[in-house]
Design a protein around this ligand. Structure first.
Ligand SMILES: [Zn+2]
Length: 271
């Protein structure tokens, strides 16, 4: 078990309104960058963060690889020569996030290949967030391989980098999916709803790394607590994250309905 590190999970750094709470505004992100400077923890990629020595380290990760990350987060981090880790939905590069539950018709674009290449050239770690942002727990063996293996192969081919990290869509992973990810050649799995207190654990040669999500309503002191808070503070965030996790189960259920239940009902009536 290793300690002395922290991994933050962002989604959008977006000025436009969104119904979700995983967006932060560019102004908020700017304040977070100042906080990272104040803390003085070196910012490293996910593949380096958990191999920490005595000095604590911080990794900043971005799920979904939105264009807003390229526009609003990358310049602030690049100015300071800080790398980050971005988890790309391989089948949606340069496209709108039509995989997401659509509230109010709002759509957000993903970064395209040249923008991802630029990130890689700046030393950012490119990880996979699956091929089509499906919840992996429902998938058959061949569907699961497509999400794990095809996304990795496509990213490696188009970006010329090795892809060793995987962040499962919706932040959770089952033992079956973990084994499939190890088989696909991933060596780091980044989760959302795992307890920070457990720190990193190794399973089947894969490092399973919990992260703290940063939410729209988090004040800077909360973000500081998420990074550097003591054991009690971390217990508190474990609890709040578990509550928020219930909401993500809602998204998973909507997806189950849209991809499995509804097509089955339609087939039944088409006969
Ligand atoms: Zn995602």
């Amino acid at each position: 078990m290793k300690r002395g590190f922290s991994v933050l999970a962002y989604h959008m750094v977006e000025p436009r309104f969104d119904f979700g709470i995983t967006r932060v505004t560019p102004a908020q992100f700017r304040r977070h960058v100042r906080l990272f400077e104040d803390l003085g923890w070196p910012l490293v990629r996910l593949d380096a963060v958990w191999k920490a020595d005595d000095q604590p380290r911080l990794a900043v990760t971005f799920d979904d690889a939105y264009l807003s990350i390229y526009e609003h987060a990358l310049p602030l981090l690049a100015e300071r020569n800080w790398p980050a880790t971005v988890f790309v939905v391989a089948g949606y590069t340069g496209r709108l996030n039509t995989w997401d539950v659509n509230l109010g018709g709002l759509r957000f674009p993903h970064a395209d290949w040249p923008q991802l290449r630029e990130m890689a050239a700046l030393g950012w770690q490119i990880g996979s967030h699956g091929y089509s942002h499906r919840y992996l727990g429902f998938l058959s063996g061949s569907e699961l391989r497509r999400e794990l293996e095809d996304s990795k192969a496509l990213l490696e081919d188009r970006l010329g980098v090795r892809v060793t990290a995987f962040a499962p869509p919706y932040g959770r992973i089952s033992r079956r999916v973990l084994e499939a990810a190890a088989e696909a050649g991933y060596t780091e799995i980044a989760l959302l709803y795992a307890s920070q207190a457990r720190s990193v654990f190794l399973q089947d040669g894969v490092a399973v790394i919990p992260r703290r999500t940063v939410y729209l309503l988090d004040a800077v002191t909360i973000v500081r607590g998420k990074i550097a808070g003591g054991a009690l503070v971390q217990r508190f965030f474990d609890l709040t994250q578990a509550v928020v996790g219930l909401g993500s189960r809602g998204s998973i259920l909507v997806q189950l309905f849209q991809t499995k239940v509804w097509p089955a009902v339609r087939r039944m009536f088409a006969q």
